[in-house]
Design a protein around this ligand. Structure first.
Ligand SMILES: [Zn+2]
Length: 958
């Protein structure tokens, strides 16, 4: 379960390497050929089993835990067992991108298995205390068996969990011992044996490839680490354990539907962690998300005490808490917010050879598997003991969620009506997948106290018609609160501990991002209303679109606010259709065309008789409404179709730089966005090869977050390619590399720009003034010279010295966030901001703080201005001047220390610079983070698809 927002895949491995190098490298090197003692009991050795069920080793060819079973072997075992045992039923709940099946293995008595649908229906009844009354609930609780969901190896290279699942399934279906047969009379165990078969297959393959003649117990070796992109993630390199409410991947979508319909009382998630670590079990330490039912925390301790006792009995080392906090709700722990006890297992990670430890011993892989197996069995026994009491607490929780006096009762979340239907549909889909009830208001509603995303509180507010309304008081109230509240509460004690850690060690106690609000991640304006909205509402329904094209029109267009318009343009361009985009809003035949609208004319495509058919095909696939027009006349001063605002696009030919040195997450999510969101082609290039590759094949190159510098030859190749007309888009660490002396373009990191702070401030002021022009006609028309002109700076105020600025910057850098959401102010006239609001929430971590002196455009800057008459004079904030009469807001959500807010204020999040015939576009962060950052994703889509046409010189084929 390695961290984190920076997504350095191998950070934990690197950290381990350091420990080993200091302590035990000598002992490893001195014993390279002596085979370590690998004899260890297989977990299922000392039990008695029915002869009618095939033993795992008969299919695997080795004892459970001796080797890593491949996904194919696990599938084969399951299919064999399904014909041999009446104690299991197998459901395939999804297929991976690579076509591998994902299974829920239901294990219970044949009698219970015959009743599964009825049991599920009863569980469903027990969830909604608005319709079920006390006597029925009591009766259901009396009848229901315990339900456990035991899931393993969501990170494919954390293999021991899935191997233990083989042992557990066999044990539960073949054991003749009463400890099992009695337990199953009152329990349905659902095992999800391998949550990420594509990642596991990748790691299993690397085990084959790196195997030599002798066992290898060095956890630094490739046998143990695997190689880029590692087995942790799925096909598109997504961390599936960060996908539980973004729901971008088929594995998660199928799994969540299954978990949500079964509402397990206990949910286990079996992982592995650092190779030299021991074993971590629940419960987590602070910070805990305040929306988690405290009963669940109490039960968590009950499970943990019995698990600890079982480990003590065998002399196994373990711990609880420590690094495992529980603030972020997007892991498998999302089920906790729906009423399940959630327990994490973290076993030290190793290949099947085992790992030499500093004390000289070797921990075998079989022991790892045994830890997971034992934990599974003891947790099931605890559940068997306490199931009824847990159901009673669950029911109390369900009543509380819909009670009139709970904190959920006087709160509604509202996503304001907007034209980005594609994004609204996507949001509705993932909320409904969690069983969250959505409504809309056919008419505007006047409401009282309302909080904006900025945190500003209004006494009254009008909710526009067509908004998405989510009253918090409904059965899934805690999950709704956790993902929709603007700012998760963090206690003073946690803040104190965190501050101490930052100051003492320059480190953080936060394991993941501290901000994740769904509407902010989606870049959709939303408010929280301090009442329960329930009147004048109808259920939310995604509008269904019938594409009815006027085939005789002169031109066709789709609304540019909708994100799907970019995919529409991309797919038509890929089929060599000429496409334009409108960079200033206009109106045709009485219909408004917002800027960014995609416009296809018959004139541009004179040889394409299939044009209406192609447009219809893509619009239908994307569920997009298409407007038609006979006339290209924009009334009044509005743009007409022959003018400069109807800009011809260039077919994008995209490459992503890839392989070692780049974050596999960021490579993967870029790949996924192109393949799945846009649905067009691209190439991934080995970055080590770019100075020899023929880059002329591409007009757009993406440099995902990288953590090694490009060599001079590679940098030169890219620079020359840009000058010839290429669009280079870089994220995070790669943006930092380009923004240095010897990089590409004039953007610099803040630490390198403080020598000339005044220049950067002037560029900032000039941009700000250009966006707030307020003409005093009489002053302009005056015939006498004005000796008292005002300037964007205050001559009385001086910026601090460069020494002071550098000192401050280094201090403030200590406090950079592990993940917070900050307010971005967008240049609303720039083509990169099509489909984007004036204020765009930005997920901000330990990323480069970009500065431009005006040579590069700052398309999005950090911080938004709000009027404040009390501010009478200009003020200096580090390198920049703040205007009078206004406050600058930076923090929107999560933990952002004032030092960090001050450091990043006014810096650029997104820059764009012309270089020769091409351009460089830098994102300070990762715009497609986890596939869930839909707001910043749009900026990236614009860059990728519109960049070659709008920002670079088109090449003309003669
Ligand atoms: Zn993990």
């Amino acid at each position: 379960m390695f961290p984190s927002i920076k997504n350095f895949v191998c950070s934990a491995i690197v950290a381990t390497a350091t420990v080993v190098a200091q302590s035990s490298v000598a002992s490893i090197l001195m014993t390279p050929t002596s085979a370590p003692d690998l004899v260890y009991d297989t977990p299922i050795l000392n039990h008695t089993y029915s002869d009618n069920v095939t033993r795992p080793e008969d299919v695997l060819g080795f004892e459970v835990g001796q080797r890593v079973a491949t996904p194919a072997q696990i599938s084969e075992l399951l299919s064999r067992w399904s014909t041999e045992s009446a104690r299991l039923q197998i459901v395939e709940y999804a297929r991976t991108h690579e076509g591998r099946p994902l299974f829920s293995v239901f294990i219970s008595t044949p009698e219970n298995l015959a009743e599964l649908e009825q049991i599920k229906a009863k569980i469903g009844r027990l969830t909604d205390a608005r319709v079920v009354k006390e006597p029925e609930a009591k009766a259901i609780i009396d009848e229901l068996p315990a339900i456990a969901w035991m899931a393993y190896s969501i990170h494919g290279n954390e293999t021991s969990g899935a191997d233990s699942a083989i042992a557990s399934i066999y044990h539960l279906i073949a054991s003749t011992e009463p400890s099992v047969t009695d337990m199953l009379k009152n329990m349905v165990v659902i095992i999800d044996p391998m949550m990420n078969p594509d990642g596991r297959a990748r790691f299993a393959k690397s085990l084959e490839q790196y195997r030599g003649t002798a066992p290898n117990v060095d956890d630094q070796s490739l046998l143990h680490t695997g190689d880029w992109p590692y087995g942790r993630t799925n096909h598109y390199f997504f961390d599936l354990n960060r996908d539980f409410y973004f729901l971008t991947q088929p594995e998660t979508r199928g799994r969540v539907a299954m978990i949500n319909s079964w509402r397990p009382q206990l949910m286990i998630d079996g992982h592995e962690m650092d190779s030299q670590d021991t074993f971590l079990m629940g419960p987590p330490r602070q910070p805990l998300n305040t929306n988690i039912d405290t009963d669940l925390q109490r039960w968590g301790r009950v499970f943990s005490e019995e698990q600890g006792a079982a480990f003590d009995a065998r002399g196994w080392r373990y711990y609880t808490g420590e690094w495992f906090e529980n603030l972020y709700p997007g892991y498998s722990n999302y089920a906790e917010y729906r009423g399940s006890v959630h327990i994490l297992y973290e076993q030290s990670r190793m290949a099947e050879d085992g790992v030499r430890r500093p004390e000289g011993t070797v921990q075998t892989y079989q022991e790892s598997v045994h830890h997971q197996f034992e934990s599974t069995m003891v947790n099931l026994q605890t559940l068997a003991k306490h199931s009824k009491a847990m159901y009673r607490d669950y029911w109390d929780g369900r009543k509380y969620n819909v009670a009139k006096n709970s904190p959920f009762a006087d709160r509604s979340y509202v996503v304001l009506a907007n034209e980005n239907q594609g994004r609204m549909n996507a949001l509705a889909e993932i909320l409904q997948a969690q069983g969250i009830e959505l409504f809309t208001n056919p008419d505007a509603i006047k409401v009282g106290a309302t909080t904006l995303q900025s945190g500003e509180q209004l006494k009254s507010f009008e909710v526009p018609a067509g908004s998405m309304i989510i009253p918090n008081r409904q059965p899934e109230a805690p999950l709704i609160a956790a993902i929709m509240e603007f700012d998760a509460s963090i206690s003073d004690a946690v803040l104190t501990e965190e501050r101490e850690k930052v100051l003492r060690e320059g480190a953080s106690i936060m394991y993941d991002t501290t901000a994740w609000n769904l509407t902010m991640m989606y870049g959709l304006p939303a408010v929280t209303v301090s009442t329960e909205l329930s009147q004048q509402l109808t259920p939310w329904r995604a509008p269904s679109v019938t594409v009815a094209l006027d085939a005789d029109a002169n031109a066709w267009w789709v609304n540019g606010i909708d994100d799907r318009s970019v995919a529409f343009a991309a797919r038509l361009l890929e089929q060599d259709i000429q496409v334009r985009v409108i960079d200033r809003a206009t109106e045709f035949s009485g219909r408004a065309l917002p800027r960014g609208s995609v416009f296809v004319t018959a004139m541009d495509n004179q040889n394409r008789t299939d044009l209406p058919a192609k447009i219809t095909e893509q619009a239908s696939l994307l569920n997009l409404d298409v407007g038609s027009t006979q006339s290209g006349y924009g009334p009044g001063d509005l743009p007409d179709w022959g003018g400069e605002h109807f800009r011809l696009l260039t077919k994008p030919q995209i490459a992503i730089l890839s392989q070692a040195g780049f974050s596999s997450y960021d490579v993967g999510v870029s790949w996924w966005s192109i393949a799945q969101f846009l649905g067009i082609r691209h190439s991934q290039l080995d970055a080590g090869y770019i100075n020899r590759a023929d880059l002329r094949r591409y007009n757009t190159i993406v440099a995902p977050n990288g953590y090694r510098d490009l060599g001079a030859a590679e940098m030169n190749a890219l620079r020359e390619w840009v000058k010839q007309g290429g669009t280079l888009i870089a994220h995070d660490g790669s943006a930092a590399t380009l923004a240095t002396e010897g990089g590409i373009g004039t953007v610099r990191g803040i630490q390198d720009s403080l020598e000339k702070a005044q220049e950067y401030d002037l560029a900032l002021q000039r941009q700000r003034l250009s966006q707030t022009v307020n003409i005093d006609t009489s002053a302009v028309n005056a015939r006498t010279v004005n000796a008292e002109l005002s300037y964007p700076w205050d001559p009385e105020l001086e910026l601090p010295s460069k020494e002071e600025l550098k000192k401050r910057d280094e201090w403030q850098r200590l406090f950079m966030p592990s993940g917070a959401i900050v307010a971005g102010r967008t240049d609303t006239k720039h083509w990169l901001t099509f489909g984007t609001e004036e204020t765009l929430p930005l997920l901000y971590g330990k990323q480069p703080v970009l500065m431009t002196n005006g040579a590069a455009e700052a398309v999005v800057r950090v911080g938004t201005f709000t009027p404040n008459d009390a501010v009478e004079a200009k003020r200096i904030l580090n390198w920049s001047t703040l205007p009078e009469g206004e406050d600058l807001q930076v923090r929107m959500s999560g933990l952002l220390w004032p030092e960090a807010a001050s450091r990043i204020a006014n810096s650029a999040y997104l820059t764009r610079e012309r270089l020769g015939n091409g351009q460089v576009i830098l994102f300070s962060g990762q715009p497609n983070f986890r596939g869930g950052a839909r707001g910043t994703l749009r900026l990236w889509l614009n860059a990728l698809i519109y960049g070659p046409g709008l920002g670079a010189e088109p090449s003309i084929d003669l």
